[in-house]
Design a binder for this molecule. Structure first.
Ligand SMILES: Cc1ncc(COP(=O)(O)O)c(C=O)c1O
Length: 958
């Protein structure tokens, strides 16, 4: 491959020197602990530089996992036990057909997951009683933050300008939700007020008056109560504020949906729909709103459209209103969400259907009722006074909380929730059986020196059965409307039917199981199966996020080791794994910077410099952190930072300069030669340097943000560190920081994390999406320091190999002075518009006929294609891809020469589905064979787009 480069080069190291600027090349070797070396004296203390083999790794992970104790957890607080249907676990969660696909920006080869995400949205709309739902957000707590910013956005302009803006939050919301709201509110100048919103007929709402942005309640609330909010909702609307409801999908199968009592927004955690605890994540949060807010809803939305043949097809709707467009005007930075988990939850609903879900809910209520009655008979008071019955899954018991919970752990291997010194909580779920209820009652009986009452008798006495609806739900709170009436939720209730449905959808989607996905900036590498094995182990998947930390010692080991290795890789002092996406990492890093700067003397430093080439989440995150965005130009010819412009802006804003955000290598695919100079300049003017490390794939072992001079950097573990893309999530976006910023790493209200001056949490769970951390840990450990560094070199080589093969056929937009790119490059197809009427989208769609996903289209430069092969592709696959693009170039040439018409040619009509080629007359200026099999190997290895071209605009981003 080195010989095939243009110009050829003698060695890999010489090649690396041609790619990276000399002044950033690191001279240190990465120190990643490998397997212990056993000497003849039995010494196991020394560690090898080589990575673990697959079997060594699994053995070590088994050992780590054994440090986690899997107890029954009835802690609740937004997370509930669930039975993951095995058919979904094996065929979705553990299936690369689902977990390696990309965000469905190319609908013709994504109809399967688009349909499944549409099912997710339909399920959320039906259950919440609201008309618009998105295809998932990160977690319930961040969904609350999104609801708050939507509320602010929905205020009349004059109200938005008021000096005081109050978001009122019920004291009965989950504590982690309130904490995350605090972290998000500050950047928008919103004050969070927490209180009893129903007291005195909603007096708190009236007191806030015109300052009110919105109100958030939890339904059912964190203590298990279920209230009627109809009156409150009217009060809120009279003040033109937004009513937001955090809720539970299972509860909504029996309780009045929020949309029917006036909620404008409803959101929550879909985890109990078939996604295990995972020590806090990942799972899909859902977010729904009323029609009037449809243009303000954050995240991705799937809608229905038609293809060229007029057939119905799904696509991402309104995609140009993602944060990438709104940039510094953004109120949300959500990009990666939780697509894979949303699919799991959607399949869970498809499998159980409306009746099955309601039966599960009835079982849960029956269990809660029996627990409640049992503890009452043992002499405990339940609830916060009054004689109301539990209406859903949580029983609050007055008791010595510490004593009870400790005893339950020790003697019954069971976690209950401590509300406060005198209150214990028990949240039951679909996994709870009679023996579990007996064990719960035994705990309470023990402290009364009594025997626990019989579960059967209790049930009989209070008239509940495992499958009937409780008849005493007050009419205002009882669900009467139908839900999940669509045939998809009423057809696949047997394993056979569901399995076939899952595979039917999967067969419509192109994923890494078919071919490389060369998406610039997205690093779509194929990870090893071994890395995926541990995520299904109960020791990692079945741990509630708020268990006492001595039950999660295995996690603790793994997290510490991963943080240490990431600190080593980035050249930083400390790392937080809390953020659950890259954009969340950006927001975290910027908030850390702000908090640090607030402690420094002088003026408020809130200017954030961002180059034009930056990913849209950068300015969005800066705006959310309350910073003012100032754009820095890039040079036309090279794509490098315009140092003159940077200098001018640094001088102009010297006293207010807070930070610069630099993506390295830049999103133009080049290592800026003057990056160190840029860092020094910003530091000289009192600012901090934020490095967007989403492109870390090009740096590991060769250079590092810390050594370059950055103060903070986020990584995308779902790119560089092998967490698969999942069709649009999950992700993990850790932040690494220099020593002076370490005290500010994010904390958590329920579990000790972060530094001594910790900023408020960014995610609901202390370690965000903890259960997928073993994937990245395993990747790093198997590669070892040497392997990681070698992988970076191959990343650079693969990109330059493609570049060299394509350069004779296509213009390349930016390279360095040696003609080299970094790990990705931009293929410039703009001139073909003039010469052949062909645009980037035509090339992208035609690539589908060749069995490839398009590169990143029209970002960061309009009407171009950005190619990133990653190190995980073989030369053979790179050649297939190059052959396809060269063949497409010839097709363009045929149009240029007038051999093919400008309209209706094979590019303009691409992609071709089977129906397109088989049904009806053929009157095109090219053959069917040319359409389907333009290169010989396609006859053997063909992926068929399931629909013809949809009009998906000109926009697609990572
Ligand atoms: C350069 C860059 N920065 C930030 C992000 C945002 O990361 P995430 O999608 O995980 O929020 C991306 C996402 O693709 C990216 O390419």
């Amino acid at each position: 491959m080195l010989k095939a480069l243009d110009p050829p080069v003698g060695s890999l190291d010489e090649f690396v020197r041609q790619v990276l600027p000399a002044d950033i090349l690191s001279s240190r070797d990465l120190k990643i602990d490998g397997p212990a070396i056993r000497t003849k004296d039995g010494d196991q203390g020394r560690f090898s530089k080589e990575g673990f083999t697959e079997s060594q790794l699994l053995a070590r992970l088994r050992d780590i996992a054994s440090g986690n104790k899997v107890l029954r957890s009835y802690i609740g607080c937004g997370y509930a036990g669930t039975r993951v249907p095995e058919v979904i676990k094996r065929n979705v969660l553990e299936s690369p057909g689902w977990y390696t696909s990309y965000t469905p920006y190319q609908p013709e080869i994504s109809q399967g997951r688009l349909e499944s995400l549409l099912n997710f949205q339909t399920m959320v709309c039906d259950l919440t009683g609201l008309s618009i739902s998105n295809a998932s957000v990160l977690d319930e707590a961040t969904a609350a933050a999104e609801a708050m910013t939507l509320s602010m956005n929905a205020l009349p302009a004059a109200r938005q300008r008021r000096p005081k803006k109050v978001y009122l939050v019920s004291h009965l919301c989950h504590p982690q939700t309130i904490a995350v709201l605090e972290s998000r509110a500050s950047g928008f100048g919103i004050t969070i007020e927490v209180g009893d919103v129903l007291a005195n007929d909603g007096k708190l709402v009236e007191d806030v008056g015109e300052d009110l942005v919105g109100v958030l309640v939890q339904y059912p609330d964190t203590e298990g109560g279920v209230e009627d909010f109809k009156g409150l909702s009217e009060k809120i609307h009279n003040l033109k504020a937004t009513f937001c409801v955090a809720t539970d999908l299972l509860a909504l199968t029996v309780l009045t949906p929020p949309g029917e009592f006036g909620a404008d927004v409803a959101f929550g955690n879909a985890q109990r729909f078939g996604v295990p605890f995972g020590y806090g994540g990942p799972h899909a949060a859902f977010f729904a709103c009323s029609e009037k807010h449809k243009r303000k809803i954050p995240g991705r939305l799937i809608g229905l459209s038609k293809d060229r043949l007029g057939d119905k097809a799904a696509r991402l709707a309104l995609q140009t209103r993602e944060q990438h467009i709104r940039r510094e005007k953004a109120t949300s930075n959500i990009c990666t969400a939780q697509a894979l988990l949303a699919n799991m939850s959607a399949f869970y609903a498809v499998y159980h259907g409306p009746k099955g879900l309601q039966t599960i809910a009835h079982r849960v209520i029956a269990a809660a009722r029996v627990v409640e009655e049992g503890v009452r008979r043992l002499g405990y008071s339940t609830g916060r006074g009054g004689d109301n019955r539990v209406l859903f899954d949580t029983v609050l018991v007055e008791a010595d909380a510490k004593q009870i919970t400790d005893w339950a752990v020790k003697n019954k291997q069971m976690n209950l929730r401590i509300f406060d010194e005198k209150h214990v909580g028990i949240t039951v779920d679909e996994t709870v059986n009679i023996e579990d209820i007996e064990d719960i009652l035994d705990v309470f009986a023990h402290f009364k020196g009594d025997r626990s009452p019989s579960v059967d008798e209790l049930a009989k006495d209070i008239g509940v059965t495992a499958s009937s609806a409780p008849s005493d739900i007050p009419p205002a709170l009882r669900r009467t409307s139908r839900f999940l009436t669509h045939p998809v939720f009423n057809s696949h209730h047997s394993e056979t039917e569901l399995l076939r449905y899952i595979h039917h959808l999967q067969s419509k989607d192109l994923s890494l199981t078919h071919s490389m996905i060369p998406l610039g900036s997205c690093t779509m590498k194929l990870n090893s199966t071994t890395e995926m094995i541990p995520i299904s182990w109960p020791e990692f998947s079945s741990i509630h996020p708020f268990v006492p930390t001595d039950q999660a010692k295995g996690y603790n080991t793994l997290i510490n080791e991963l943080e240490k290795d990431l600190a080593e890789i980035t050249g930083f002092h400390a790392v937080s794994l809390q953020p659950n996406s890259g954009a969340q990492g950006e927001f975290t890093g910027l908030r850390i910077i702000r908090k640090y700067l607030e402690e420094q003397p002088g003026k408020k430093r809130d200017i954030c410099l961002i180059p034009v080439s930056a990913h849209g989440t950068n300015p969005a995150s800066a705006a959310m952190a309350g910073m003012r965005v100032v754009t820095i130009k890039c040079e036309n010819g090279t794509g490098n930072l315009d140092m003159k412009d940077l200098k001018t802006k640094c001088e102009k804003y010297s006293e207010e300069l807070g930070a610069i955000m630099i993506t390295y290598p830049s999103t133009f695919g080049v290592f800026e030669p003057k990056v160190k100079e840029a860092c020094e300049l910003v530091h000289k003017h009192g600012g901090q340097v934020y490095m967007d490390g989403a492109n870390m794939n090009a740096q590991i072992g060769l250079c590092s943000p810390g050594e370059i001079g950055a103060d903070v950097c986020h990584l995308n573990l779902h790119k560089t560190f092998c967490i698969p893309h999942g069709g649009g999530g999950p992700g993990v976006g850790p932040v690494g920081v220099a020593e002076h910023l370490a005290p500010f790493l994010p904390g958590h209200p329920l579990v000790k994390t972060g530094g001594e001056k910790a900023i408020a949490p960014i995610s609901g769970a202390p370690w965000g999406s903890a259960s997928i951390l073993p994937i990245s840990w395993a990747y790093i450990k198997m590669m070892g320091g040497l392997g990681l560094t070698h992988a970076t070199k191959i990343t650079l080589l693969n990109a330059n190999y493609i570049l060299s093969r394509l350069r004779p056929h296509y213009p390349i937009l930016y390279t360095n002075e040696k003609g080299r790119c970094a790990h990705e490059f931009i293929l410039d197809v703009r001139k073909f518009k003039e010469s052949a009427g062909v645009e980037a989208i035509d090339v992208a769609k035609r690539l589908q006929d060749y069995g490839f996903h398009a590169p990143t289209m029209s970002w960061p430069v309009a009407n171009t294609l950005m190619i990133e092969p990653t190190e995980s592709e073989s030369q053979g696959e790179l050649d297939r891809f190059c052959d396809a693009l060269i063949s497409i170039r010839k097709e363009i040439e045929a149009v240029e020469k007038g051999e093919q018409p400008k309209e209706g040619n094979v590019l303009k009509m691409a992609p071709h589905s089977q129906k397109d080629l088989l049904v009806g007359e053929w009157d095109r200026p090219y053959t069917r064979e040319k359409a389907a099999y333009p290169l010989p190997w396609l006859k053997e290895k063909k992926f068929w787009p399931s629909v013809t071209r949809l009009d998906d605009g000109e926009y697609s981003t990572p």
